[in-house]
Design a protein around this ligand. Structure first.
Ligand code: NAD
Length: 358
């Protein structure tokens, strides 16, 4: 890998501590001089969010959170924040909740303090996403980067094991896809490698002991590194595929990432030997795909897009939307035939090794 590169590190405070979210949030709200705080938390996370926000004054609670941020949901939340004269957004929840806070920040320029409860990593990126008429649009705007992230592994204890696995593999996907993203550089690769190491050691601890915090701390730490690498490297082929499957076919984000990842890795790895070697080293296995597949097997990870509502009828439309978005940085050219083979295999959980020598 050449050591001539441009790298931007995004500025953000990260406060990490199990059991410390409420105290850290109160300290951050005071440090930022917040007077009118809007807390965003989905109905499912409301009880947990009330505990986290116990030591701050909340001017407005907002619970209308929907995955992939439909534009109508964003506009309603923006109007509510403006009417309540809010000066700080606090989001407590998964990537969908963070995504709604970002949609408000996009237009209001309000600061965000993010308290993530999954391993999606949106809190560490300056990327926003909105869905309108079945098309998901993403963009980059530093105003949507949370000023502070508060990580507390205790908040992830209620995340069911299957969702923890899928979400953690979404983190692994950030690490792997950043190795060939359009702005990939050695700093991203180093962060991604450590992210793979932390996630692949933390996730099996979660499945073995879902009520322990050690694995959950490792997974949160890995998810943060993964997201920083992804934000810097930009979306690679894997993200472009999952983005279409989520935005146009409404597939669940984390499970889609977890399912598609081995196919993209199998396809790209032979043409990206440096990335392949780094990923293999991070997993501690003979090759990258073996490392990913051994981890997925241990975790009983999602295997087929058909399990999440995707059907063969959707493949041609998906390929047509993905194709123009494939980054020029992708190590192998992705033709319509290849994308079709890849989606056919991911649909049914076929052997990803069939893509190695396409
Ligand atoms: P999510 O936020 O929708 O959460 C998934 C489910 O888990 C929901 O039902 C939620 O209520 C539940 N949940 C969350 N935390 C929980 C907890 N601690 N205990 C119990 N249940 C809990 O899903 P996600 O995978 O975290 O995020 C997906 C969204 O985030 C997508 O829209 C995706 O595009 C976006 N995203 C954006 C970026 C970015 O950089 N902009 C990065 C990653 C993901």
């Amino acid at each position: 890998m050449s050591l001539t590169f441009d790298h931007v590190t995004l500025g953000q405070r990260v406060l990490f501590g199990t059991g410390k979210a409420a105290a850290n949030l109160a300290a951050e709200a005071a440090r930022l001089g917040a007077q009118r705080v809007m807390v965003i938390a989905s109905d499912r996370e409301t009880e947990m969010a009330r505990t986290v926000a116990a030591d701050i004054e909340v001017a407005l609670w907002h619970h209308d959170v929907i995955m992939h941020v439909p534009i109508e949901v964003a506009e309603k939340a923006r109007a509510t924040a403006a009417a309540a004269d809010i000066d700080l957004l606090v989001c407590i929840g998964g990537g969908s909740t963070t995504g709604l806070a970002k949609a408000i920040a996009m237009t209001s320029r309000l600061p965000i303090v993010a308290v993530p409860t999954t391993y999606a990593g949106s809190e560490a990126t300056n990327v926003w996403g909105l869905t309108e008429a079945s098309r998901k649009t993403t963009g980059v705007d530093d105003a949507v980067l949370p000023v502070t992230v508060i990580y507390d592994a205790a908040l992830t204890l209620s995340l069911p094991v299957d969702m923890s696995v899928a979400s953690g593999l979404n983190g692994v996907a950030h690490c792997i896809d950043s190795m060939w993203g359009p702005r990939m550089d050695p700093i991203n690769a180093a962060l991604g490698s450590e992210g793979i190491r932390a996630l692949s050691s933390g996730l099996p601890l979660i499945t073995a002991d879902p009520s322990g915090t050690e694995g959950r701390e490792q997974a949160l730490y890995g998810a943060y590194l993964a997201a920083v690498a992804f934000a810097s490297a930009g979306s690679g082929l894997h993200h472009k595929i999952c983005h279409v499957l989520g935005g146009t076919f409404n597939l669940p984000h984390a499970q889609t990432h977890a399912t598609v990842l081995p196919y993209v890795l199998a396809f790209n790895a032979p043409a990206a030997p440096d990335a392949e070697a780094r990923i293999a080293a991070a997993f501690g296995t003979i090759d990258a795909l073996t490392g990913l597949q051994e981890l997925r097997k241990r975790l009983d990870a999602p295997t087929a897009l058909a399990d999440y509502g995707f059907t063969a009828d959707g493949i041609a439309e998906a390929v047509a939307i993905i194709l123009p978005a494939v980054p020029a940085s992708n190590p192998r050219p992705a033709t319509p035939e290849i994308l079709t083979r890849l989606l056919q295999a991911a649909l049914t959980g076929g052997d990803p090794r069939a893509l190695l020598d396409l």
